[in-house]
Design a protein around this ligand. Structure first.
Ligand SMILES: *Cc1c(COP(=O)(O)O)cnc(C)c1O
Length: 378
């Protein structure tokens, strides 16, 4: 039987044509298409500014840099995330401090954030896991009370909201990923949105070596010397990436609806099985439905994965708890039992295919395969 792919992107002839147009234009790197994407993306989120980057990782890294976070500082985040989230804190020379998650959703628990604050704490990085937003009202209140920055990890969540609040609106910055398997993609890519004009102008410098003028400025205006103002990096979005993203952005709400319907089908058909559950979708949530995960008994999870693969179903794990990975446990002394909710989810979770191109027949096959493996194992 043919494989049900784990993921298929949504690029069409429209995006291909748009890339070809860019390839025939003067600008390949950061130019008019990047500007158009940044404006359109900020507008979609009702935000003032957007800065396009080469990835979430570099976008979040320069955000911490521009905020002056470095050695001696602590940044609170969740262990139930992709390794990029705590890694960027380490790259700044600061210390990631993990706190446990809500066992129902897998999102960072605001009460646990409060307990972890020390005089060294400078920022919080909440992750909107699987596309469901964290409680940003609670998190931004904690941040205000303690004079902390908030940087949202929105790698899973462009289209979501919680209690009407969208990414970026209650934080200092929200960072997005356009990696190959994300909700919209340019293969690799990222963006930062913010309402803070000073932060935006720092980020524009930090993404291009610390230069006071971009290539487009230098090209389109009369020659003026540029200066180097800060020690920056090289992670500016290109017009090739931007031209791929623009068309997808128009269709993003349509994509979300079809993913929601598929995810609900999985939930309807599989959640009544013994020892099988799904992360809760809270009231008042518009869930971006980036990833569909199922929680099974921890001691059966790996066998589930292997048997689903034998059925030719693409599967993945999002995520094993980061603090138990070799580098973090060896260098920071984290151990099993430190964050029991994140550990239990990390040991129970498996991800099944979720994307708009999945056909009804493929969705049926995922459900039937899951039921058949469940019958065999449970
Ligand atoms: C994908 C992902 C990232 C990293 O994004 P890149 O664009 O690949 O750097 C960060 N955080 C989470 C939660 C992710 O899923």
């Amino acid at each position: 039987m043919s494989k049900v792919e784990f993921y298929k992107h949504n690029l069409t002839d429209e995006e291909r044509d748009s890339v070809l147009q860019t390839l025939s234009s003067v600008f390949l790197t950061t130019g008019p298409k990047t500007k158009e994407f940044e404006e359109t993306f900020a507008e979609y989120l009702d935000m003032k500014y957007c800065v396009g980057t080469t990835s979430w990782t570099m976008g979040a890294f320069i955000t911490l840099k521009a905020m002056g976070i470095g050695p001696g500082d602590e940044v609170i985040t969740t262990p139930l995330t992709f390794i990029a989230t705590p890694n960027i804190v380490l790259h700044c020379g600061a210390k990631p401090v993990f706190v446990d998650v809500d066992p129902k959703t897998g999102n960072i628990d605001p009460e646990e954030i409060k307990k972890a604050i020390t005089p060294k704490t400078k920022a919080i990085i909440p992750v909107h896991l699987y596309g469901q937003m964290c409680d940003m009202e609670a998190i931004s209140k904690i941040a205000k009370d303690n004079n902390l920055k908030v940087i949202e990890d929105c790698a899973h969540c462009i289209e979501g909201s919680y209690k009407g609040i969208k990414p970026g609106q209650l934080s200092d910055a929200a960072v997005f990923s356009f990696y190959a398997t994300k909700n919209i993609t340019s293969g690799e890519g990222g963006a930062i949105v913010t309402n803070d004009e000073d932060l935006q102008s720092e980020l524009i410098k930090y993404r291009l070596h610390g230069m006071s003028k971009s290539a487009a400025d230098r090209y389109s205006k009369k020659y003026n010397h540029w200066d180097m103002e800060v020690l920056g990096f090289k992670c500016n979005m290109t017009d090739i990436q931007a031209s791929m993203l623009l068309g997808q952005l128009d269709k993003i709400d349509e994509f979300r609806k079809s993913k929601e319907s598929i995810d609900n089908t999985y939930r309807d058909r599989l959640s009544s099985l013994k020892d099988v559950s799904f992360p809760a979708v809270l009231e008042d949530t518009v869930h971006a439905r980036h990833i569909s995960t199922i929680w099974v008994k921890p001691d059966l999870r790996d066998t589930f994965i292997s048997k689903l693969q034998d059925h030719n179903i693409g599967v993945a794990v999002n995520f094993r708890a980061v603090h138990l990975l070799k580098y973090y446990s060896e260098n920071f002394g984290y151990k099993r039992g430190d964050f029991p909710n994140a550990e239990l989810i990390g040991d129970s979770t498996l991800t099944i295919p979720l994307y708009p191109k999945l056909t009804e027949e493929e969705v049926n096959r995922v459900c039937e395969s899951f039921r058949s493996v469940h019958e065999e194992l449970c």
